[in-house]
Design a protein around this ligand. Structure first.
Ligand code: GLP
Length: 257
């Protein structure tokens, strides 16, 4: 079972997730970090930045990228990661991999990205947010649980959710290149974060519902090493919240991430 940690707010989750990420990366022979965009991981990135670790040797892999945004577009995930992660945390831009969402060579973008991950020795620790419809990365409901990095069509729900970042809802791309659920599942540890009431249904379905392609986040149930950090609002629909709190309060000291 995934470890479910219910905390007061995103800042508290960010502190704990930062500890877990840094511990994993410092122990790894080749420090490879799977990073996510969206508002959810920001408190983790802030907490890591505040610790002033030298992360210049870390190789990072983004989960996904929009298709067809011009190079340097401020909402391309490459640009978002540069702004929110690479510069504040002192990562080396050359070691930050993002799927290639340009139209040229799109057919091979997935395969090329899979090779980059494999050449780096796989991903040690992967940060995940979750969409309101249960998507992880940009694997929309119905995505194969074994899928690899490939082009996907975004749901209208996801386009609406992400429209706030664009001048007009019409500007949100219709396609993306995303790590597959099978790709994500091969990371050695997963950290899923979710905050706010709007994520409560997706978290309940991912953590306690059936494992199903209809809820891509439910892949965490098949993974041997997962931590889920949620605030009270995102945890509000979990049937076994009391047990998760009890288990965390009684966590053996030796059982660190
Ligand atoms: C996008 C990203 C996901 C992210 C999701 C949730 O769809 N591709 O990786 O988890 O948004 O975003 P937020 O964290 O802003 O709620």
């Amino acid at each position: 079972m995934a470890e479910i940690v219910i905390v007061a707010d995103a800042e508290a989750a960010g502190d704990l997730a930062a500890d877990a990420v840094l511990r994993r990366l410092s122990r790894a022979t080749t420090p490879t970090w799977g990073v996510a965009t969206g508002s959810t991981p920001l408190s983790t990135y802030r907490a890591i930045a505040a610790r002033d670790h030298d992360l210049s040797g870390v190789r990072a892999f983004a989960l996904d990228e929009y298709v067809g945004l011009p190079a340097g577009h401020p909402e391309s995930y490459r640009a978002v990661l540069d702004r929110e992660l690479v510069h504040p945390l002192g990562l080396n831009t050359e070691k930050v991999h993002v799927p290639d969402g340009s139209h040229e060579g799109l057919e091979s973008a997935g395969e090329r990205y899979e090779r980059e991950i494999a050449d780096a020795g796989g991903i040690e620790v992967q940060i995940l947010g979750i969409g309101t419809d249960g998507h992880v990365g940009f694997n929309e409901p119905g995505s194969s649980l074994a899928s690899r990095t490939r082009v996907k069509t975004l749901t209208e729900q996801t386009r609406q959710d992400n429209a706030r970042f664009f001048d007009s809802p019409d500007d949100v791309p219709r396609h993306c290149v995303t790590q597959g659920l099978g790709t994500i599942s091969r990371a050695r540890h997963l950290i899923l974060l979710a905050f706010g009431e709007g994520k409560a249904a997706a978290i309940a379905a991912a953590v306690e519902g059936p494992v199903t392609a209809a809820v891509p986040g439910s892949i965490i149930q098949l993974h041997p090493s997962v931590t889920v950090f949620v605030d009270e609002a995102a945890a509000s629909r979990l049937a076994h919240a009391d047990y998760y709190r009890h288990a965390y309060e009684n966590k053996p000291r030796w059982q660190v991430l």
